[in-house]
Design a protein around this ligand. Structure first.
Ligand code: PAF
Length: 292
C-alpha cells in the first residue's frame, strides 16, 4: 500500500520566509501560487505550471478580508482546507502557507497599497477598495513568500494588471506569470464562486462565455466596438443576467481603444450577476483582419 502524500503546512510568516530563502540559497527556483482556497482545476493548472518551471512550489491559502466589500461574500466564501490540501498533495507542492488574519494584518495595521491606473475602472468602480485589498495582501504575501515567480490566472485579468503594475512600481523582486483560464466543458470559466450557483443559474451562466465568443467572431469580421460590446451583452440579456459591464478595451491598460491609428491588443471583458453570485470572464481578441 502506498502512503498518502501530505504537504507541509506553515502558518508563521517568518518560518515561511526562512524556508523559501533557504531553498533559494541552495540554488532552487521557487514558484508561488497565491490563492484564497476552494481550489479547483484552474488553481491546479497554475500549480502544475509552477511545478513544471520550478524546483519548489508554495501555495498560500488565505481568505483575505480586506478585498471584500461590506456587502460581499467574505463570511460565506468556501473554506475547504482539507480538500484543498488533498488536491495539492499529488501536484508536487512543497509547502502550503496558511496564515491567520492576525499574521497578515497586525493589530492596528494602517498601511494599504493603493494602485491607480489599471485598478481604476470596471472591478475598481464596482468594488471600491477591492484592489487596494488585493494589492496590500499580495504585497504582504510576496514578503512572506519571497519566490522567484508568482502565478496568476488570466480569468482575473484586471487583477493580473494591478499586480504587475504594483510589482513594477515598487520594484518588487518577483516575476509574474499569467496562465490561461481553465473552463468547464460548456465554456464557463472555473471560479470558486461557481459553487454558489443553483442548477438553473449554472445553466444560464454559460452566457458569459457565449457572449465573449460571439464578440470575438464579430471582432474578427470587422465589427465596430459598440456592436462587439452588444454581442457580449445579447446572451446575458436573453438569459436575464444583470450586466455590470461588457466592454472591449486595450488589454494592457483597460482604457478605451484609440479611435484611429495603431491599435493595441484588445480584450473583451464581462461581469454579470445571477442572483447573489457575481461572475467575471474575458477573452483576448486577435489582431483585426480589417479595422471596424
Ligand atoms: O485571486 C485570488 O484568489 C486573490 O485575489 C489573491 C490573489 C489570492 C489575493 O487574495
Amino acid at each position: 500500500m502506498t502512503a498518502a502524500v501530505t504537504v507541509a503546512q506553515i502558518r508563521e510568516p517568518a518560518a515561511m520566509r526562512a524556508a523559501v530563502l533557504e531553498s533559494r540559497a541552495a540554488g532552487r527556483r521557487v514558484g508561488f501560487v497565491p490563492t484564497m482556497g476552494a481550489l479547483h482545476a484552474g488553481h491546479a493548472s497554475l500549480v502544475e505550471q509552477a511545478a513544471l518551471e520550478c524546483d519548489d512550489v508554495v501555495v498560500s491559502i488565505f481568505v483575505n478580508p480586506s478585498q471584500f466589500g461590506p456587502t460581499e461574500d467574505f463570511a460565506r466564501y468556501p473554506r475547504t482546507l482539507a480538500a484543498d490540501a488533498a488536491l495539492l498533495a499529488p501536484r508536487g507542492v512543497r509547502w502550503i502557507f496558511v496564515p491567520e488574519a492576525a499574521d497578515m494584518y497586525p493589530p492596528g495595521a494602517a498601511t494599504r497599497v493603493v494602485v491607480d491606473g489599471p485598478a481604476r475602472r470596471f472591478e475598481g468602480e464596482i468594488r471600491p477598495g477591492h484592489f487596494a485589498g488585493v494589492a496590500t495582501v499580495v504585497c504582504r504575501l510576496f514578503h512572506c513568500v519571497p519566490a522567484d515567480v508568482a502565478y496568476f490566472g488570466a480569468k482575473d485579468w484586471q487583477q493580473t494588471l494591478v499586480v504587475k503594475r504594483m510589482v513594477h512600481d515598487l520594484g518588487l523582486p518577483i516575476e509574474i506569470a499569467v496562465c490561461p483560464t481553465v473552463r468547464e466543458a460548456d465554456g464557463l470559466a472555473m471560479s470558486s464562486r461557481n459553487a454558489y450557483l443553483a442548477a438553473e443559474e449554472r445553466r444560464r451562466a454559460v452566457a458569459l462565455h457565449e457572449g465573449l465568443c460571439a464578440a470575438e467572431r464579430l471582432w474578427q469580421s470587422g465589427g465596430a466596438v459598440a456592436a462587439v460590446e452588444q454581442a457580449i451583452r445579447d446572451p446575458l440579456e436573453t438569459r436575464g443576467i444583470a450586466i455590470d459591464y461588457a466592454a472591449v478595451v486595450a488589454a494592457d491598460t483597460l482604457e478605451p481603444l484609440p479611435a484611429a491609428g495603431a491599435q493595441p491588443p484588445a480584450i473583451a471583458i464581462v461581469a454579470g450577476r445571477l442572483g447573489g453570485t457575481r461572475l467575471i470572464d474575458n477573452r483576448l481578441l486577435p489582431p483585426r483582419r480589417r479595422p471596424g
